[in-house]
Design a protein around this ligand. Structure first.
Ligand SMILES: C[S@@+](CC[C@H](N)C(=O)[O-])C[C@H]1O[C@@H](n2cnc3c(N)ncnc32)[C@H](O)[C@@H]1O
Length: 231
């Protein structure tokens, strides 16, 4: 079973298969497009991966710079978003180097990526969150908006941060940096219970598959948090 890091370096196809089944009710795209006006706007996206979040706003946006630490993931993102190639630029960039990016944008966004960075460096979590948030704020034009999308749990009944490191991250966003939060249902739907188990367990590992076989369902519950801050 590959680690998440190995998946991001070598298994973009398997990752992409997983996320293509996510949020079958389209609650995240509905929320983003109802609450934020991307029309004609510029976006800088960190941890863009294979472009799942990018795909939700790029039709409206004027342009986006998609960054990620993995060129392998970005390559798949470039393929997925090929019909928008005129609006897109791709750059290999670590999240912790966000402060070194040049340019400004109306929106700086990230999806399910900064959480990894906080977990990877949890011994200095407060410094890392400061670096991420202030690095992103620096890139905003006046009046611009930050949007961070992170997990509030997969294959569980109630929404909540699945790890203590993420709980601390979310708490800092809300109480130290003034982000507002919205929690959405973003359930996965697969063609069959067998496919659900195969695709979900490849990414999350069998230890996070409790009850999947017994429930024998093609749907896996998931919750997603959207944290946003308007400058
Ligand atoms: C769960 S995926 C999310 C990808 C994409 N945002 C999406 O919505 O599907 C996490 C992504 O963050 C990237 N990543 C993880 N740690 C990173 C870091 N320190 N710097 C830059 N990218 C990182 C991975 O390569 C991967 O593409």
């Amino acid at each position: 079973m590959p680690t998440m890091k190995e998946i991001y370096q070598h298994h973009a196809d398997a990752y992409d298969e997983l996320v293509s089944h996510e949020d079958y009710e389209k609650n995240l795209s509905r929320f983003l497009l109802q609450h934020f006006d991307f029309s004609g706007k510029s976006v800088i996206e960190m941890g863009a991966g294979t472009g799942r979040l990018t795909a939700l706003y790029i039709e409206q946006a004027a342009r986006a710079l998609c960054c990620d630490g993995s060129s392998h993931m970005l390559q798949r993102g470039e393929e997925n978003l090929a019909s928008y190639r005129d609006k897109l630029a791709f750059r290999v960039c670590d999240n912790l180097d966000v402060g070194e990016l040049e340019g400004k944008a109306d929106y700086v966004v990230e999806g399910w990526s900064f959480g990894h960075t906080v977990i990877d460096h949890f011994e200095r979590a407060e410094q890392i969150v400061e670096q991420l948030v202030m690095g992103c704020r620096r890139l905003l034009v006046e009046g611009g908006t930050l949007i961070f999308v992170e997990t509030m749990g997969s294959n569980r009944e109630e929404a909540g941060p699945p790890r203590e490191e993420l709980a601390h991250f979310y708490e800092l966003l809300e109480h130290r940096y003034g982000f507002q939060r919205e929690v959405l249902r973003t359930d996965y739907r697969f063609a069959s219970p067998e496919e659900a188990f195969r695709v979900f367990s490849f990414f999350f590992g069998e230890q996070h598959c409790q009850g999947l076989v017994e429930r024998n369902s093609s749907i896996i519950k998931e919750y997603t948090g959207v944290w946003y801050w308007r400058g």
